[in-house]
Design a protein around this ligand. Structure first.
Ligand SMILES: CC(C)(COP(=O)(O)OP(=O)(O)OC[C@H]1O[C@@H](n2cnc3c(N)ncnc32)[C@H](O)[C@@H]1OP(=O)(O)O)[C@@H](O)C(=O)NCCC(=O)NCCS
Length: 239
């Protein structure tokens, strides 16, 4: 009896190792054929759906989970354990999502007898009633840790979302918003500076092109506002 148990255990151990090796080699061959793993920095345990696109030079931290149609533009960072569940989710350039951010572009049906749509009932057919509304995040957006962004929401460029927020409605460009539900707490800069930043759209430049403007990115506001306005006006005039 003891012999049989030992033999079984050894057998199971070998099988488990073999299974693990097989899994690793499948993952490896998938990665070497997948552009997302070549032109971006993707850490361990990240799961992409086939419809996920990364524009390039993105950084995806450990164990983040992409479902459905999710697009992330260049130089953006998706923190550890984000869940981006599309529908249709687009994230602009130079965004930073802190750890534990969730974006859901999906709702269960609200008009039916039950919101339950699990496969245990009617073999998943109730999932056909799910409602998807796109989520759009602009450029240069910083989303604080543990934030949830709900379906149908559009967040402008230059926005900061405070930690632990629940974003239920659109957020305009260049504001700081926070809370549950997230409300605009303040405009980040003067209207004049915001207008100029939206005209310049620095996020369309690559990090090497931005080297020429490095000084601007170290200026502190509001003290340097006048200097910043003059410099950006000049940049826009000369391009
Ligand atoms: C929003 C944040 C950047 C602070 O910005 P700030 O301009 O210094 O804002 P203040 O601290 O002056 O707060 C302004 C108001 O917003 C409130 N507030 C700030 N952060 C908040 C948040 N996360 N949720 C709810 N309310 C918040 C403050 O209580 C204050 O309210 P009051 O005016 O009624 O007193 C900061 O609170 C935050 O959430 N940072 C994110 C941290 C994070 O996720 N780090 C991960 C690293 S990637």
């Amino acid at each position: 009896m003891l012999k049989k148990i030992i033999k079984n255990k050894i057998g199971m151990g070998i099988l488990a190792r073999l299974h693990h090796l097989l899994e690793e080699s499948v993952e490896y061959s998938r990665r070497i054929n997948d552009e997302r793993y070549i032109y971006n920095q993707v850490r361990k345990g990240v799961v992409f759906s086939d419809a996920t696109t990364l524009e390039g030079e993105c950084q995806i931290e450990t164990e983040s989970f992409f479902v459905g149609k999710v697009s992330v533009k260049s130089y953006s960072l998706i923190g550890t354990r984000n869940i981006l569940f599309g529908g249709d989710i687009s994230i602009g350039r130079y965004c930073q999502l802190a750890p534990y951010v969730s974006i859901y572009s999906k709702n269960h049906s609200l008009q039916t007898l039950t919101a339950y749509n699990n496969k245990r009932l009617f073999d998943s057919r109730l999932k056909e009633l799910d409602e998807y509304k796109s989520v759009q995040i602009g450029n240069d957006v910083w989303v604080g840790i543990g934030t949830t962004i709900l379906s149908g929401v559009k967040i402008g460029s230059g926005v900061i979302i405070g930690a632990g927020s629940v974003v239920t409605k659109d957020i305009p460009d260049y504001v700081l918003a926070a809370g549950n539900p997230a409300r605009v707490i303040k405009k980040r800069f003067s209207d004049e500076l915001i207008d100029l930043l939206l005209k310049w759209q620095w996020w369309n430049l690559s990090p090497s092109e931005l080297l020429a403007f490095e000084k601007l990115f170290f200026m502190k506001l509001p003290e340097s506002e006048t200097g910043m306005i003059q410099t950006i006006t000049e940049i826009i005039r000369n391009r």
